[in-house]
Design a protein. Structure first.
Length: 335
């Protein structure tokens, strides 16, 4: 009983130390998202072949809904697969708030880690697009998929095919439409069909409310995982757990990648906490965080047509993340 009391006490102390830092961090993130969210999505939509560049850079910024928005845009083929992969890889979800609240990672080191994730996202994004275009040219197919308005409309319930004359023209449903109206750009289509996610853009009061709710949710996640981790450490021993995770490099990266596939913030919380407790290597952390796309994958499976294609995208993301993390460890690369 005394053992359990000590674990609970340590968990609560560790958790409540994070609260003010988490709230301030999420308040800043909410403010940035309210001020820049629509602009960043428009930049990616208009980027064309340079989509992975802008996707990797913008995905690295702390915007909690961007991976979900990217899944919607890809479902409508407004962005390429490479751009989607770049955003997924560069998205850090809860890594940054936990780094800030821990006070164990210097600011310049945080920036370097985020920059590495963004650079890897950009590189692999361009690589995926290059391979896909080359394959399609070999098969004598169109290099890019046609825009699919149905998926975006289905996800957003906007009925844009009925309400928007431009989109009706694009889909060939308007007999009176001219050729100019039919040549609508992907960016214009996405702008007319996309509805911002659940965060309200009206007033700073909502920003405080959103930040508080987000902080509360993450605080609960952190408490749960910290309790489990503290219990394991007490029962098994920190040295034993660390030895198990680092005994076989391949196994640790495989496990980190599997955790990264958890379709919410729990993945980045688990991976980041293990790293902050010096229980996994930098490369192992990168394996999990590169694979982790937050709710992006969950949204992808909901709105993107074709289960096989979605599984392929998941496989590509998993292989890229775990392979890269393993290479970083083999090269003894760390920040």
């Amino acid at each position: 009983m005394e053992f359990l009391s000590d674990v609970i006490l340590d968990t609560l102390i560790d958790g409540f130390k994070l609260l003010p830092f988490l709230f301030i961090t999420y308040l800043i993130m909410e403010y940035l998202e309210h001020r820049t969210g629509d602009k960043t999505q428009q930049i990616v939509q208009k980027a064309g072949k340079f989509g992975p560049l802008f996707g990797g850079i913008i995905g690295a910024f702390p915007q909690c809904g961007f991976s979900a928005a990217a899944s919607n845009l890809y479902a409508g083929r407004v962005i390429t697969l490479g751009t989607l992969i770049a955003i997924y890889l560069s998205t850090s979800d809860e890594m940054l708030p936990l780094f800030i609240s821990s006070n164990e990672i210097a600011a310049d080191r945080m920036v370097k880690i985020i920059a590495v994730k963004a650079a890897l996202g950009i590189f692999y994004g361009f690589l995926v697009d290059f391979i896909l275009r080359s394959y399609r040219r070999y098969k004598k197919r169109a290099e890019n998929d046609p825009v699919r308005i149905e998926e975006l409309c289905k996800r957003e319930h906007c009925h844009c095919e009925e309400d928007s004359p431009k989109i009706s023209a694009h889909r060939g449903r308007s007999d009176d439409a001219s050729a100019d109206n039919q040549k609508i750009s992907k960016a214009k289509i996405a702008k007319e069909t996309h509805t911002p996610h659940e965060h309200s853009h009206e007033g700073h009061g909502n920003i405080f409310k959103s930040a508080f709710i987000h902080t509360l949710h993450i605080f609960i996640y952190v408490l749960i995982f910290t309790f489990v981790l503290n219990t394991l450490i007490e029962l098994i021993g920190e040295d034993t757990i660390s030895a198990f995770l680092n005994r076989n490099a391949v196994v640790s990266h495989v496990l980190a990648g599997i955790i990264g596939l958890i379709p919410n913030c729990a993945a980045s919380i688990i991976i980041t906490t293990l790293y902050l407790n010096s229980m996994i290597t930098f490369g192992t952390m990168m394996s999990g965080l590169l694979v982790g796309a937050g709710v992006g994958l969950l949204i992808l499976y909901r709105v993107n047509e074709g289960k096989v294609r979605n599984l392929q995208i998941t496989g590509i993301l998993y292989l890229i993340g775990t392979f890269t993390g393993l290479i970083l460890d083999l090269l003894r690369f760390s920040i």
